[in-house]
Write a protein that binds this ligand. Structure first.
Ligand SMILES: Cc1cc2nc3c(=O)[nH]c(=O)nc-3n(C[C@H](O)[C@H](O)[C@H](O)COP(=O)(O)OP(=O)(O)OC[C@H]3O[C@@H](n4cnc5c(N)ncnc54)[C@H](O)[C@@H]3O)c2cc1C
Length: 648
């Protein structure tokens, strides 16, 4: 149904709207269609946009139940691994574990070439925070291949995809049971507004990559969690993110062999002058530094338990150079650092390199010996590691937290809104590598099950939804008009908030500075709302409007971090909290660099955050939901399944 309007191109009605076409959104579409929800629409920036189809790593990992050999595994055992990460909801952990085989086998059936042996056993390896060998991979681009196969399936099934759209507002109405989501307002490629009124909205917009100046997310990905935060959707564990060293010219994580070959690490001024091997003074000997550089290869991301004298101290010093001293940091593969010798490395590093035949004279020689594809990866992006230095920084890579959903991935407080994929905060302090991709796939089944069995009909008052769409459109138009006179461009606005997040909300955090950062964040948001931001031409309309949710989101993230620091959670995951009463990091760093210890009692709790408006953010710790006790008696479950009771 189309409705003509002064401001809107159209207001289209669809039963279930999926915003975003990453690995999570695509599988949700497939599973909804299979479950009998045919009135579906995917609205997305583009099928080639987002993190899943544009990112990868040395060996991009997918985590699943162990399916080979005599290794005993079970959904419960896997769920316990998830819960062990800390601050994890037990019911979500069990659902992700229970759904993992189905989701994995679906990808196998779609043609994702996960390796198996001649007997058909899907082999696995041990990833970080993994007690078994549940991880698998198809190489550097696992999630890209998943997307390609899912895109084909979506096309075969005839699910319509509307590309070139940026959602800029979620629409809500008040229902007797509370606030519910009823659609979205988007901007199309002509810079015109379009509205979608929907019974259900699946929000699959990915992680908050666009919030950081230093980001390992692909450049094309900004994320849109702010849309949900703006309507008051509850969030969970927002401060828990992964940060680690990544290259800037081509966003790529420099883990694995990139560090194991021990490149020379230098910093320069902004112009590339004043070259310093800035790490050396902080270690007892060059051998200690180079051994830790090697270990950084598989001790990625930054880890609060490995800071003092260990590999994550490198993340601290790199951050200090780039974010605090405004210098630039580079990996140099063309020569060894001062005092480097393979013979000086600790046994673990030296034996690994020797056994891998990586005994070349220079880092580039060793990289060629150990992993030539790592060199080609950069060559494909015009960077020749044999002759050029690689600029790096400590970058945001993944948000373990996100929006708070129930066991059906429905928002805990906004009805009919289903945040899935990285925008859903189902992880906690740590997660096994690959668990993000599993969570995104399992979510598709959960959402489809719930919608097909509980929300398949129409309960939406369409006039209210249309009215919400028109109000939002008028408000957006007025804001854009204000922006015509704005001093600051949309690019400057975004850079300001990104720099603030990388400076204060990344892996090095300080309670003393956080309150000021929060105040500055809200001041920027108020200014942006009052004055808009300048934009040129129709294709910048979406970018200007996008800044509103990004700016709101960065303020909410900083508020959540401040709340976590105020409650004394301390250093955990990738977050290093500086505190005058903490342990000194290094004698040369001075009093400001003391590390607050983790208060582990918070691992039993989740941080719940909700924004009721600008500057009105409430965060509190709730006890994590325990792993459910389940009674698995076939004769009892069968009728519950047959009647649809299990979906209630
Ligand atoms: C460098 C790197 C390495 C990683 N390695 C691993 C790994 O080995 N294992 C693992 O499990 N995870 C890994 N991750 C994390 C994982 O890749 C992501 O969590 C996952 O791909 C996110 O999938 P998604 O579908 O939720 O979001 P995305 O793939 O980001 O998709 C989001 C979609 O939403 C669209 N969108 C966003 N905003 C809007 C809007 N306003 N309007 C319309 N559309 C919008 C985007 O265009 C895109 O289509 C890695 C991440 C990075 C950055």
């Amino acid at each position: 149904m189309d409705i003509e309007s002064g401001e809107l191109v159209s207001c289209e009605r669809v039963h279930t709207l999926i915003i975003g076409s990453g690995a999570a959104g695509l599988n949700a579409a497939v599973q909804l269609k299979r479950s009998g929800i045919h009135d579906l629409l995917i609205v997305t920036e583009g099928l080639e946009m987002g993190t899943s189809i544009n990112t990868g790593s040395d060996k991009q990992t997918y985590y699943k139940l162990s399916l080979c050999g005599d290794q005993a595994d079970s959904p419960y055992a896997m769920a316990k691994t998830y819960v062990h990460g800390g601050s994890v909801q037990g019911d979500l952990a069990l659902a992700e574990a229970a759904g993992s085989t189905r989701a994995f086998m679906h990808l196998v059936e779609l043609g994702v070439p996960f390796p198996h042996d001649r007997f058909g056993q899907y082999v696995g390896y041990k990833t970080d925070h993994d007690p078994l060998q549940r991880a698998t991979s198809i190489g550097p681009f696992t999630s890209r291949e998943m997307c390609r196969r899912l895109i084909s399936r979506v096309a075969e099934m005839g699910v319509p995809v509307r590309e070139g759209r940026v959602a800029v507002r979620l629409l809500t109405t008040e229902a007797p049971s509370g606030k519910r989501c009823c659609g979205a307002l988007a901007v199309n490629q002509e810079g015109a507004l379009e509205a979608f009124a929907a019974e259900n909205v699946v929000l699959a917009v990915g992680g908050p990559g666009g919030l950081y100046a230093a980001s390992a997310y692909p450049r094309v990905h900004t994320g849109a969690i702010g849309l949900a935060l703006l309507i008051g959707a509850r969030a969970r564990n927002l401060p828990d993110s992964q940060f680690g060293i990544a290259s800037l010219a081509h966003p790529w994580v420099v883990s694995g062999s990139y560090m194991q070959v021990v490149p020379r690490i230098v910093s320069t001024d902004r112009q590339g002058r004043d070259v310093r091997e800035f790490l050396l003074p902080y270690w007892d000997s060059p051998a200690a530094l180079y051994t830790q550089t090697f270990l950084k290869g598989y001790q990625w991301p930054c880890d609060a338990t490995r800071v003092i004298g260990e590999s994550s101290f490198i993340d601290v010093l790199v951050h200090r150079e780039t974010a605090m001293r405004e210098r630039r940091v580079w990996l140099d593969y063309t020569e060894n650092g001062e005092g480097f010798s393979l013979d000086l490395l600790a046994d673990e590093a030296r034996l690994y390199l020797q056994q891998s035949g990586a005994n070349g004279a220079r880092p580039i020689d060793r990289l060629r010996q150990i992993n030539p594809a790592a060199i080609s990866q950069y060559a494909e992006h015009g960077i020749d590691l044999a002759t050029e230095w690689l600029e790096v920084a400590v970058c945001a890579q993944h948000n373990n937290g996100g929006l708070a959903g129930d066991v059906w991935w429905e928002s805990e407080n906004i009805g009919h809104l289903f945040p899935i994929g990285e925008v859903n905060g189902s992880h906690g302090v740590h997660r096994p590598g690959g668990a993000a991709l599993n969570a995104g796939q399992v979510a598709g089944y959960r959402v489809a099950g719930r919608i097909a069995h509980q929300y398949a009909g129409w309960t939406l008052d369409e006039r209210l939804a249309e009215s919400a769409a028109h109000t939002a459109a008028r408000e957006a138009e007025a804001w854009l008009r204000r922006g015509a006179k704005a001093q600051q461009t949309w690019q400057e606005t975004r850079l300001e908030l990104r720099r603030r997040m990388t400076r204060f909300g990344a892996h090095v955090r300080s309670q003393a500075q956080m309150a000021e950062a929060v105040a500055q964040a809200w001041a920027q948001y108020q200014r942006l709302e009052a004055e808009g931001c300048a934009h040129v031409g129709t294709n910048e309309v979406a970018e200007a409007l996008r800044n509103r949710q990004l700016c709101f989101a960065h303020a909410v993230y900083l508020e959540a971090i401040l709340a976590s620091l105020d409650t004394g959670v301390g250093s955990r995951g990738s977050a290093l909290v500086l505190d005058g009463a903490g342990r000194p990091l290094h004698a040369l760093l001075g009093e400001a660099w003391r590390l607050a210890p983790e208060d582990v009692c918070f691992r039993e709790r989740v941080l719940v955050t909700q924004a009721d408006g600008p500057g009105q953010v409430h965060s509190e710790w709730h006890n994590a939901r325990p792993l459910p006790e389940t009674e698995l008696w076939f004769e009892t479950i069968w009728p519950q399944f047959e009647s649809g009771q299990v979906f209630a």
